[in-house]
Design a protein around this ligand. Structure first.
Ligand SMILES: [Zn+2]
Ligand SMILES: [Zn+2]
Length: 205
C-alpha cells in the first residue's frame, strides 16, 4: 500500500504532468504541485484521480499558474464542480475531504520568495532561482497550513442541477439556484445587477 501511494503522488512525475498540461515549467507549477500534495495528505486523500475522486473538493484563491497545477494533481475541475474559484487574489487553496469533512487551507508563505533567492544566490534570474529553490524547500518553509471548516451548499455540489428557471428579463435559463428574486420577479444575476458583459447591439444569431 505504501509503495502504491508513493507512485500515485510522486513529486517528479506530478510536476512533469502539470508542466505539460500548463504548457511550461514555472515556479507556480512547483508551488501548486507541492501545495496540492500537502493539502491532500493532510485531509487523508491518497488517490485523488482514482478511488478518492468523489471525496475531494478544492477551493482555489488565485487564478494563476499554480491553479493549473492544483487541477492537474487533484483532478478537480470547474466542469466537475469539484474546483471552486474564490477570487481573493491570494496564493492559497483549501482541500476538503467530502467524506470526512476534514479541510485544510494551505497558504504560500510570503518569506519563501526571499528564502528562494538565498538558496541560489548564484542564479541571477529571480524566476529561475524560485523554480529551483521551491523544488528543494520544505513544506514548512513554503507554506502555512490551517485546519478549517467549509460548508458546501447543496446547489454547489457535483451532480444534477437542482433547478432550471427562466429569467423574467432576458429569457435565458439559470440553473443551480443562481437566480435572484427582485420585486416579485425572477432575474439572472447580470439582469439583477450588472454583468461582466454589455450587449453592443443586435444579436449575431
Ligand atoms: Zn506558469
Ligand atoms: Zn436575465
Amino acid at each position: 500500500m505504501k509503495t502504491e501511494e508513493k507512485t500515485i503522488l510522486d513529486f517528479d512525475s506530478l510536476l512533469e504532468q502539470s508542466a505539460e498540461i500548463h504548457g511550461h515549467l514555472c515556479p507556480g507549477q512547483v508551488l501548486g504541485v507541492k501545495m496540492s500534495m500537502l493539502g491532500l495528505r493532510e485531509v487523508g486523500i491518497s488517490d485523488p484521480r482514482g478511488k478518492d475522486r468523489k471525496s475531494i473538493m478544492v477551493f482555489v484563491e488565485m487564478d494563476r499558474c499554480a491553479t493549473d497545477a492544483v487541477q492537474s494533481v487533484t483532478g478537480c475541475s470547474l466542469g466537475h464542480r469539484t474546483m471552486k474559484f474564490m477570487d481573493y487574489g491570494k496564493m492559497a487553496a483549501t482541500f476538503l475531504n467530502l467524506k470526512t469533512g476534514k479541510a485544510v487551507r494551505v497558504i504560500a508563505r510570503e518569506d519563501s520568495r526571499q528564502k528562494a533567492k538565498e538558496y541560489f544566490p548564484e542564479i541571477e534570474n529571480k524566476y529561475e532561482a524560485q523554480l529551483e529553490a521551491y523544488k528543494i524547500m520544505s513544506d514548512g518553509e513554503l507554506f502555512d497550513v490551517m485546519e478549517v471548516h467549509v460548508k458546501v451548499k447543496p446547489e454547489d455540489m457535483p451532480g444534477r442541477p437542482l433547478r432550471r428557471i427562466k429569467c423574467d428579463s432576458c429569457g435565458e435559463y439559470v440553473q443551480d439556484l443562481r437566480e435572484v428574486q427582485r420585486n416579485g420577479r425572477v432575474l439572472c444575476r447580470p439582469c439583477a445587477d450588472t454583468g461582466y458583459y454589455e450587449s453592443v447591439g443586435q444579436d449575431i444569431f
